[in-house]
Design a protein around this ligand. Structure first.
Ligand SMILES: Nc1nc2c(c(=O)[nH]1)N[C@H]1C(S)=C(S)[C@@H](COP(=O)(O)OP(=O)(O)OC[C@H]3O[C@@H](n4cnc5c(N)ncnc54)[C@H](O)[C@@H]3O)O[C@H]1N2
Ligand code: MOO
Ligand SMILES: [Mg+2]
Length: 428
């Protein structure tokens, strides 16, 4: 008799995985130039004001505003040009009454000055004398010290994915070396006697191993270091040996294939043989219902489905948050938002369905458009997917035009717990 499995609701299954401890986040330092998309391991706090001195936002003349009082088109006021400074230069003395300093964008405002007049507003009578035809107030055209950020401000929390703007801040505050989270090593093993290497020609009954490479890319997208450990035939002893060895060397391990109830589906036996504790072996979701996760000696073992779409979804829902958490993230889950469903799903499904889709815009609204064949075994529906549409299980189908929950796949900010009240509304 085939074992009967009890499906666990998705939220409960994700929680069960998150409840397993271990995989403490660790840090290392790397050169700033290599830090794009790594995860910041310490809060970035401003250790000085930005800008750190009052500066000119324009090419012009720095003056004492009071000296321009009463100037107008008919009554210009004349200033003596006391000198010239470009960005990076500092005027050497205090500016006196009736003096102006020719100043370029980014240069420090000379002592005594409190306004800048743009070059376009100046009548230059000579190199020594300029005329100003309007009055200025103190502070006019000055970029003030600390106006961008003040010393002590917490600008970027640890756990943030480093984007180009964060890199600019790191450079601003002198981080030639950046503290980042060490990428967890995620082992990947493909199982199945039908699998060919990618370079091999097709043979009858065989397919190429696509899941392992897909998952390696998912690991990278999530911030981990994929460790490709090859493929195995459906041989229990070989699988036990390989999984056992791999677990010594990686922070967490994923296998693909053999997670169901067939004659060669060895994931349950591997877990049992290695003394692991299964958290669940069936989830109330499609694709990916056979997803199995176990705790083997305090390391997470993910037995994802062999079906490509199921494998993909299983990774994003269960592996990604664990990986992100071990990168200091307080928002380890996929970000959830809403969109309009772009296609009918007339068939009701008892399980929550996660449909791979692209996000398109129609008349100012985001429409989630499913791509490719919507079957667990489909490989074409994954390419280019921006989102997973979540269609909760129930007794009714869904129509194009409905509001649905979507989970963003390419987002780098993540989300806190997104699984409460994920209910799609029916059209009234
Ligand atoms: N009697 C039942 N049969 C099945 C059930 C069930 O509940 N009762 N569940 C079905 C569901 S749902 C899924 S999903 C699959 C899960 O299968 P497995 O995880 O055991 O995976 P395999 O049997 O090894 O392979 C399934 C499918 O995927 C292809 N595959 C495997 N590895 C790869 C790879 N690395 N790259 C690309 N494609 C891969 C494999 O050739 C099979 O076609 O079970 C259903 N059956
Ligand atoms: O687990 Mo299967 O992927 O539900 O279709
Ligand atoms: Mg199988």
């Amino acid at each position: 008799m085939v074992e009967k499995r009890k499906p666990m609701p998705v939220a409960e299954a994700v929680q069960a995985v998150m409840n397993v401890g271990g995989n403490e986040a660790k840090k290392e330092t790397i050169p700033l130039a290599n830090s794009y998309r790594r995860i910041l391991a310490e809060d970035l706090v401003a250790d000085h004001d930005v800008p750190s001195f009052d500066r000119s936002p324009y090419d012009g003349f720095a003056i004492r505003a009071a000296d321009s009082a009463g100037a107008n088109r008919n009554r210009p006021i004349y200033f003596r040009v006391a000198g010239e400074i470009g960005a990076g230069e500092v005027f050497p003395r205090e500016v006196q009454e009736g003096e102006a300093v020719r100043i370029m964008t980014g240069a420090q405002i000379p002592d005594g000055c409190d306004a800048v007049v743009m070059l376009e507003l100046i009548d230059e009578n000579s190199e020594e004398i300029i005329a100003i035809k309007r009055a200025f107030s103190p502070g006019d055209n000055i970029s003030f010290q600390g106006e961008d950020t003040e010393k002590g401000a917490r600008l970027v929390p640890k756990g943030t994915s480093i984007d180009p703007g964060v890199i600019a801040l790191l450079a601003t505050f002198g981080y030639a070396e950046v503290p980042v989270a060490i990428r967890p090593r995620v082992g990947i093993i493909a199982t199945g006697s039908e699998l060919l290497e990618v370079h091999e020609p097709l043979e009858p009954g065989k397919i190429r191993n696509s899941n392992a490479y897909m998952m390696a890319a998912q690991v990278e997208r999530a911030g981990g270091e994929p460790v490709l450990l090859g493929k195995l035939p459906d041989d229990l002893d070989a699988c036990i040996e390989a999984v056992s060895r791999a677990l010594q060397d990686v922070d967490m391990l994923i296998t693909t294939g053999g997670a169901s109830v067939g004659d060669y589906d060895y994931v349950p036996d591997i877990i049992e043989h290695l003394g692991g504790h299964p958290l669940f072996n069936k989830v109330a979701m499609r694709p990916g219902s056979v997803t199995t996760v176990a705790d083997i000696d305090k390391k997470l073992f993910f037995g994802l489905s062999g079906n490509p779409s199921a494998c993909f979804v299983g990774f994003e829902l269960f592996v990604r948050p664990v990986l992100r958490r071990s990168l200091f993230s307080e928002k380890p889950h996929l970000k959830r938002t809403k969109a309009t469903l772009g296609k009918d799903y007339p068939k009701p499904n008892p399980f929550t369905r996660f449909v791979r889709a692209t996000l398109e815009e129609d008349d100012g609204r985001f429409v989630a458009k499913p791509g490719g064949l919507d079957k667990s075994g489909s490989v074409t529906s994954i390419a280019g997917a921006d989102v997973l549409i979540a269609l909760p299980g129930g007794s009714r189908g869904y129509e194009a035009g409905m509001d649905v929950d979507i989970f963003l796949l390419e987002d780098h900010k993540g989300s806190e717990w997104p699984w409460d009240s994920s209910v799609a509304s029916y059209k009234s």
